[in-house]
Ligand binder design. Structure first.
Ligand code: AMP
Length: 138
């Protein structure tokens, strides 16, 4: 299990199908690995990121097997898409993030820096999050 975790931290993925049932978020959805859950409904699960990059760093994932935002937008049903995005907004609201604001972000593929091949939205809050994208070096 440690090996899997280290690999998923270290490697970027394509963000394209096929879906890998062994990815860490699939295992969390199946209850094989614990998570610090903040919300669950028919279409989404939200939990704290294991390596937080802000005072609040929560991940929201759909329950269906979608690799990335590209796969989700192309393949998910209207109900899954509506349910998922409503959950993202609800989680942020229920965590009290709306007053000060927050950033919602998703990474897709290698250039996007995606590491876990199950679509997820990051919610960052609790401080000024800063530039939308770091300046290019050089
Ligand atoms: P990304 O680079 O967008 O694919 O982000 C993957 C995120 O998943 C990273 O912020 C990791 O810290 C987080 N992560 C990896 N494994 C776990 C885990 N077991 N529980 C919670 N978050 C995790």
């Amino acid at each position: 299990m440690i090996t899997v975790t280290i690999l998923e931290f270290a490697m970027s993925v394509t963000g394209l199908p096929p879906y890998d049932d062994a990815n860490i978020f699939a295992r969390i959805l199946r209850g094989e690995i614990p998570c610090k859950k903040v919300h669950e409904d028919a279409h989404a699960l939200a939990f704290h990121d294991i390596n937080p990059q802000a005072p609040v760093h929560v991940l929201v994932i759909p329950k269906g097997p979608y690799v990335s935002i590209a796969d989700f937008g192309a393949q998910a049903s209207d109900a899954e898409i509506a349910g998922f995005w409503r959950a993202v907004s609800k989680v942020a609201k229920d965590l009290g993030l709306e007053a000060a604001g927050y950033r919602a972000l998703t990474n897709m593929g290698v250039d996007g820096g995606q590491e876990v091949p199950h679509f997820h939205v990051h919610l960052f809050a609790g401080r000024r999050i800063g530039r939308m994208v770091p300046k290019a070096e050089g």
